[in-house]
Every structure is written in structure tokens, then in C-alpha cells.
Design a protein around this ligand. Structure first.
Ligand code: T1G
Length: 659
């Protein structure tokens, strides 16, 4: 027994309790306390069964990630679990919250497993560039079957208790509030019936043609889907050993594969971004004000962004009012939101009851006067400074004094917008990314006048909205779009040097980006950036600055929406194809500008593009627009499809020695 693991007895049953907030991670103290308590229970002749349970919000949520990368401390988890597995008395794992990674592996080393119906289980190690390292790849296939184990382990997804019961991972689900009482009942019934349960490690998986076919099918799928990430395929190799090798040998191989992953650059990157996302959500020490609760919201503007933002609030049960300039536009906005919810129901992403409840929370009006009691108003109107200033002037007259007024502008000066309001301390930016109801990133943009209370309220709200929230300062493009503009500018320069859009895009997709930069411009509309550049008060003195994009915009080639941009789009299928005329148009302008033409190797393209992001990131940090490098990594991984397994542009640049 120690400070984080205790043991008590009740009749013939020992109760081992782990109390290691915040998530009962398997720290060294937990591992040694658990080992000690199990040995104590085994040596107590009056004890015939053991319950393992946790206090707080969750059963063990995994190994202690903060210990990774340091010299491993004994007792090692596989050794602790071997003691549980060989225990002469049956151990019952009683789970609640999220039993993940080493937590689920600990439960699998127990003889029985029960859980609250609200519990979820999972082996998310691949999301950290690892594989289950304490028997998960050997035990889960034996108890849940090969296909389920492959699904859970290579995806890292969480599984609800009901599904876990169907898989055979759980023996019982309880709706009883008192999990311990349910576990005690289970233990007594098990003792009365006699414990005949075989250890999972003593069971075998057939090396059958069916199992080999399942493995082969999964290998094909994973090779297609992995797109450069290694750990899912390493996990597959370990799972193959559950079929090919005796348990002990499979366990040994698993440990070797796990340690190899632990030392990999991909795991370092994924562990970095795990903690970076949590660090970004924390307020700076200077912001000590307690956050207020937001019980009602309104969105000014029912366009694409406004609709998506409204859904974010309805999705978390906050009533939201869409404000439009006339009834027709308002009706269109509300109908579009309803259509999107219906589509989500058809796709199975929500059920009909959720669809109804969420839609009931979305109302509309054409009057700012209807916002007199609204806690938060987000403006998502046309990207024009005068339009926004006029709206904020009206909100200042109609909204209550403590309402927070936010703008969703993606690059305009928020201080200029706030100057239309009598109390600018209640104004800040809430920069969502399109589509707002799907994209995880949210930039909370503060001005020097924004109050600490408004900031802490919006940072707390961002987490409640399920967003990865980053606090940034005011400035053209804030942090996200400003870095993206540097990335885009480098790509445009590379096009001027004679690289085709397809070659540029393929190079960045091969590097791991979700989409190539030219395809992104064609998708979002080349005119969006063109108009923004026209409004930039201080454009760079560089005739090559976004020249290809400006050239296309001047010719009316706006991308997908005009059927032609950096690519030509089939009017029927929308299929993109290379457009030799566009390539020649760009090269003609490059010659006019005196830009030397050359064929760049893919590696050079990739390095230039990523380095451009990191260089702009350093400038943003130097100007105090962002607080730390890891915040910029969170922005790129969650806002621009930067591969998580590379950790973000600043992490990558650090590993490359550029910073
Ligand atoms: N180790 C250390 N700290 C952890 C942790 C962990 N496994 N999980 C969470 N935390 C901290 C987190 O940093 C934050 O700290 C606080 O807990 C709340 O987290 C051998 C090797 C459990 C679903 O991958 O998915 O087991 O910022 O803000 O949104 O095979 O945390 O408050 O100081 O995320 O409610 C496998 C990772 C590990 C689970 C809760 N396990 N965690 O989400 O809270 S590898 C995981 C999560 C492993 C074995 C292998 C989530 C959560 P702070 P939070 P949340």
C-alpha cells in the first residue's frame, strides 16, 4: 500500500483502490503499489477474490505518458500484469470512465471485467506512435477475436461499454451508481458459482486460413490508409504473433516492437502534440479571472460560417439565435442547418432524437433588439471592416453590458472593429475554421483591451465546444492564416520557378499533408485570398508575391467554383486534371518577372514549404502574437491537415535543427 494504491477487505473479498488523479495513470508509484497490494491479498488466507477499482473520474487511462522518453522505472508494467495474470485468486476489474491503453491491458490481465454502462474502453497507443506494450496485442485478439482486436488496436478508437460487452471484453455492465457494490455482488456470485474462468493468456488463437485471411485483408487496408504513419502497421505485426506464437513469445516480441516505437521520431512527435493540445488550452498566468458561463449565444450572419458556428452551440445544448438581414435569408440559413443535421442522421453520426433536440435549440431573428439578454454574440458577416464596425455599433446599443461580443473575422483588425463599441474590453476574435461544425481548431484572438474575464470565458467555452483552442494576439491573419499565407507564398514562388501545380501538390501530399496547396486554393476559391491581399494595408514589396494566384484571379479562373483554377474541373464529374494552358500562363508571367525556371526535387519542395511555415512562426512568437511554439503546432495539426505524426511545423523544424 502507498499513497496512490490502497487495500481493504470485506469478508472474503479484497478491494484494491487506485487514487492517482487526474486519470489514474500507471505511474511508477501506482505500479509498485498495485504489485504490493496484490501480493498482500494473495498471502491473506481469508481472501478468495480481489476487486481492482479506481477513484475519481476514470479507471486507469493508461501508462503515465509523462514518464515516456525517460529511463524506465521498475516495476515494469508487463511484469506487474504477469503477477495479476498468474494470481492464484481471481481478480475482478471494475471500470468506469475511460479504461484506455495500459488501463485496459491491466483489466485484460484480470480474470473478470465489469463496467458502468457509461464506461468506454480502448487501446489508443497508435495515436501516440506506439503499440499496446503490456499484452494488449496478445490478449485482446484472444478474448475479442482477431477482427475486433485489429479494429480497436490499429485505429485507437474508444468503444462504448455495450459494444465491449458484445465483443466479449466485459463480463457484465451495470447501471448501478455504486460500481463497488456491483463489483462486490459480482464477486460473491462468482465465488458461490465457483471460479472456472481460464486466463486469457492460457487460451489460443487458431492459425487458421480464416485468421490468415483476416490479417491479410487488414494489412492491405492499413498500407492504403496509414499514409506514412508507422505504428498501425507495427501493431499489426504484433497481432500476427498472437496467431503465430505461444503467448509468452508473443509477449516478448510485443515488448521489443513497443520499445522500438517508443524511440521513434513519430512517437516523440505524437506525444509532443498530445501535451501541446492540453497546454494550449491552459490560460497564461496573467489571465487569472474566473470564466463566466455562457447560457445563450447568437450568430450575426447565416452564411456558411454562421451556420456551422450556430451548430457548434446547438451540439452542446446551448440555445443559439441566427440573425440575418431579412426573412428570406434567415429561412435559407435555418433550412440549411436542418438539412445538415438530417444528413448527419442519415450518416449515423447523430440519431433522430439528437437531430430534433439540436434543431429546437436553433432559432432566428432579423432584429438585434432580440439579443438584449444574450450572453455571447459572434459576428460572422461579410469580410469588410465597415460592415463589421456598423454591426458592432448596433450590438453595442442592443446587447446587455456584460455580453461578450466576438468576431469571426479571419484577418481583419479586431481593434478597429472593437473601436465601434463603447467598452472594447468585451470584444475579441473567435476565429473558427470552415466547416466550423467539423474543424477542431478555434483561435481566440485578444486585443490589448480585451478583458481577462472575456478571454478566460472564451477559452473555457472553446473546450466545451470540443475545439482545440489557441489564444493568439491581434494582427493581420493572427497566427493561423498568417503562417498559412507564408506557406502559400512559398508555394506560389515555387510555381513561378516552373514546378507544376500537380507536382507541388503531390510533393506535399507525399510529405503527409492532407491536401496540396494549389488544390486547397482551388477548393476555397482563389478570389478569397486575392480580395484579402487587396485589403492588406502593408503588402510586401515583391512583384512575385502570390503572382500566379493573382494572375488566375485577374483572368477569372477562381478554382473549382469557376470550373478552372490551378486545375481544370470536369463540369459533370468535378474531376480535376492538369491544365497546360494555365501552366503556360504562369510560366509566361515568370519569364516576364525574370524568374529562372528549374525542376525542383520533391525533397527540396517539401523542405522549403515547411521551413517557410516555421520561419513565419518564429516571427509571430517574436511579436508576441502567439505564446509558445507548441501552440503553433496545435494550430497546424488541427487547422490545416498537418500530419500529427510529424508533431507540427515548429516541432519538425526543431528536430531538423532549423530553430
Ligand atoms: N498519462 C499522463 N497524463 C495524462 C494521461 C496519461 N496517460 N492521460 C491524460 N493525462 C493528463 C492530461 O495531460 C491532462 O493533464 C489531464 O490528464 C486531463 O486530460 C503500456 C504504453 C483520458 C480521454 O493514450 O485520451 O498506456 O493538462 O485534458 O479531455 O500499452 O486524457 O490537466 O495537467 O485529456 O477528459 C494510453 C490519453 C497511454 C490516453 C481524458 N492512454 N489520455 O480526456 O482530459 S500509452 C492514452 C486521453 C499506454 C500501454 C501504453 C484523455 C482522456 P493536465 P485531458 P479529458
Amino acid at each position: 500500500m502507498n499513497q496512490v494504491v490502497s487495500i481493504a477487505t470485506e469478508g472474503q473479498i479484497a478491494i484494491i483502490t487506485i487514487d492517482n488523479p487526474p486519470v489514474n495513470a500507471l505511474s511508477q508509484a501506482v505500479r509498485s503499489g498495485l504489485l504490493e497490494c496484490v501480493n498482500e491479498a494473495v498471502s491473506d488466507r481469508n481472501i478468495h477474490a480481489i476487486i481492482l477499482i479506481c477513484t475519481g473520474r476514470t479507471f486507469i487511462a493508461g501508462a503515465d505518458i509523462s514518464e515516456f522518453g525517460q529511463p524506465p522505472l521498475e516495476p515494469f508494467l508487463p511484469d506487474v500484469l504477469e503477477t495479476l495474470d498468474n494470481c492464484s485468486k481471481p481478480i475482478i476489474a471494475a471500470m468506469h470512465g475511460t479504461a484506455l491503453g495500459g488501463g485496459l491491458e491491466t483489466a485484460l490481465a484480470c480474470r473478470y471485467r465489469i463496467a458502468l454502462d457509461s464506461a468506454r474502453i480502448g487501446l489508443p497507443e497508435v495515436t501516440l506512435g506506439l503499440i499496446p506494450g503490456a499484452g494488449g496485442t496478445q490478449r485482446l485478439p484472444r478474448i475479442a477475436g482477431l477482427a475486433s482486436a485489429l479494429d480497436l488496436i490499429t485505429s485507437g478508437r474508444h468503444v462504448a461499454a455495450k459494444e465491449a460487452l458484445r465483443m466479449g471484453v466485459l463480463d457484465q455492465i451495470t447501471t448501478q451508481e455504486d460500481l463497488l457494490a456491483a463489483a462486490m455482488d459480482f464477486a460473491r456470485q462468482m465465488l458461490a458459482a465457483g471460479d472456472s474462468r481460464q486466463r486469457i493468456s492460457a487460451t489460443r488463437l487458431e492459425d487458421s486460413s480464416e485468421n490468415r485471411a483476416i490479417l491479410a485483408d487488414w494489412e492491405t487496408r492499413l498500407r492504403k490508409k496509414a499514409r506514412g504513419q508507422e505504428s498501425p502497421l507495427v501493431a499489426l505485426e504484433s497481432i500476427k504473433n498472437a496467431v503465430r506464437l505461444p503467448f509468452a513469445e508473443g509477449l516478448e516480441k510485443e515488448r521489443e516492437l513497443f520499445m522500438a516505437c517508443m524511440g521513434s521520431a513519430q512517437s516523440r512527435a505524437l506525444r509532443h502534440i498530445f501535451f501541446a493540445e492540453r497546454a494550449a488550452a491552459k490560460l497564461p498566468a496573467s489571465i487569472a479571472d474566473a470564466p463566466a458561463d455562457i447560457h445563450s449565444a447568437a450568430i450575426i450572419g447565416g452564411g456558411t460560417m454562421g451556420r456551422g458556428i450556430a451548430m457548434c452551440f446547438a451540439n452542446i445544448n446551448i440555445p443559439v439565435k441566427v440573425i440575418e438581414t431579412d426573412q428570406d435569408r434567415l429561412a435559407q440559413a435555418l433550412e440549411a442547418i436542418e438539412r445538415t443535421y438530417r444528413k448527419m442522421t442519415v450518416q449515423g453520426r447523430i440519431n433522430e432524437d439528437q437531430q430534433r433536440r439540436r434543431m429546437a435549440l436553433v432559432t432566428g431573428s432579423c432584429e438585434h433588439a432580440s439579443l438584449a439578454q444574450t450572453d455571447l454574440v459572434i459576428e460572422a458577416a461579410f469580410e469588410n471592416l465597415e460592415v463589421k464596425r456598423s454591426i458592432f455599433g448596433s450590438l453595442d446599443r442592443h446587447c446587455k453590458a456584460d455580453a461578450i461580443l466576438a468576431t469571426n473575422t479571419s484577418y481583419l483588425d479586431i481593434e478597429a472593429i472593437a473601436s465601434a463599441v463603447s467598452e472594447p474590453s468585451r470584444v475579441l476574435g473567435m476565429h473558427f475554421f470552415s466547416p466550423a461544425h467539423i474543424m477542431k481548431l478555434l483561435e481566440v484572438v485578444r486585443t490589448p483591451q480585451t478583458s481577462a474575464g472575456a478571454i478566460s470565458t472564451m477559452m473555457k467555452l472553446g473546450k466545451a465546444l470540443g475545439k482545440r483552442t489557441v489564444l493568439v494576439g491581434n494582427g493581420f491573419g493572427f497566427a493561423a492564416n498568417r503562417m498559412y499565407s507564408a506557406y502559400g507564398r512559398e508555394g506560389q514562388q515555387i510555381l513561378l520557378e516552373g514546378v507544376t501545380p500537380a507536382h507541388l501538390d503531390q510533393a506535399m501530399k507525399n510529405w503527409g499533408m492532407a491536401m496540396g496547396p494549389a488544390a486547397v486554393l482551388d477548393m476555397s476559391g482563389i478570389d478569397i485570398g486575392y480580395n484579402a491581399r487587396q485589403q492588406n494595408p502593408h503588402p510586401p514589396d515583391d512583384p512575385c508575391y502570390f503572382r500566379p494566384a493573382d494572375l488566375l484571379a485577374e483572368h477569372g479562373y477562381l478554382g473549382r467554383k469557376s470550373g478552372r483554377g490551378f486545375y481544370r474541373y470536369d463540369p459533370n464529374t468535378g474531376q480535376a486534371s492538369e491544365d497546360l494552358e494555365i501552366i503556360e500562363l504562369i510560366r509566361g508571367d515568370a519569364r516576364r518577372l525574370g524568374v529562372d525556371q528549374r525542376d525542383l526535387p520533391e525533397h527540396d519542395i517539401q523542405q522549403r514549404m515547411i521551413r517557410a511555415i516555421a520561419t513565419e512562426g518564429e516571427a509571430i512568437l517574436a511579436e508576441g502574437i502567439a505564446g509558445k511554439r507548441s501552440d503553433l503546432d496545435v494550430i497546424w495539426v488541427n487547422g490545416y491537415g498537418f500530419p500529427r505524426w510529424r508533431g507540427g511545423p515548429m516541432h519538425y523544424a526543431t528536430e531538423m535543427g532549423w530553430l
